[in-house]
Ligand binder design. Sequence first.
Ligand SMILES: C[S@@+](CC[C@H](N)C(=O)[O-])C[C@H]1O[C@@H](n2cnc3c(N)ncnc32)[C@H](O)[C@@H]1O
Length: 326
Amino acid sequence: MVRCRRRQGAMVMADYVLVHGGQRDGSPWGKVGSPAPRTRSQCLCALLVQAREMESAQYGVCEEALIGNTENEQKLYGEAWNKAFNGYFSDPRIAAPLVRAVVDVVEASSPMVITDLGGGTGFLLSEIAGSMNPGNAARLVCVDEAAVQLDDCPDGIDTLDCTVENIERSQLTRDGERLLLCMRSVLHYFGESGLRPLLAHLRSLLEHGECFIHQTICIEDERDRETANLLYLRMDTGKWYPSVVGLTEALEQEGFRVVSTVPAMPLVLTQAELEERYGVGHDRMKEIRRELQGLPRSSALVEQEDGFSIRLDYTVMSCTATASLP
Ligand SMILES: C[S@@+](CC[C@H](N)C(=O)[O-])C[C@H]1O[C@@H](n2cnc3c(N)ncnc32)[C@H](O)[C@@H]1O
């Protein structure tokens, strides 16, 4: 609802800066220049949308949550995970923009607990720990529903075998402890209809001013997005990819302020990798490929001799929990 962003090429930036010691509202970010353009009617409108979404969150929360994490794709979890997809999920250079965004907030606001939601093998938390000041005593908690992923977490990281949609603050923090949530490559598991209820749930975990920093597949080019979403629909994955603007609006409507967005390294997946991960037969994939070829040409879909590849673009978004609206 509330827009205060300037487009700069591939990067969308908000006019906020990190302020050490934090703001009056507890957020580590302060706004540069004039206050956010939030009128009373915008606030009321946001409140109504939020109320509707919270209602649907109560009754229909994330019924699709597990569809995105199919049994077949879990074959790759555990030890094999860090080597999958050319090591994308265990490459420190690829993780750097997200790690930097988290560490900047840790240095500015000193959370006592840093939780990675859908944190898998704990790689991201290890990178964060390695980039923080040595004296930092924040507890690191990796939450995942796949026990085989958590089994691979290194010492020094607490693990919680739980779904993201069911996690409660009391499982993460004790009274008065400040919490920071991070997440990489998990929001798309909830599908289009599950996204906003999940965001509402994540917002409910946070106190006003606490932060949620995530790296999510967001596809800005409409043709690329249409192609990727049709492919993932036809593979019966339950996954769905928003645009940067669409995800930003969803976050803002669910009680977050998006203070910065930064592009991260895209993930390129081959046809063979997709067939293996989602258990799609080769002949079925040929049919899907023909259907994709009928769409307006997308630069994300690259045709090769032995099959196609698809590029999925990632964005890191730093968000702060806004005050409840009156
Ligand atoms: C693509 S992997 C990313 C792992 C890790 N975040 C990283 O970037 O290396 C997605 C992870 O989310 C977990 N996951 C998917 N849906 C989940 C849910 N509803 N609750 C908890 N974990 C979930 C999976 O088990 C998996 O470990």
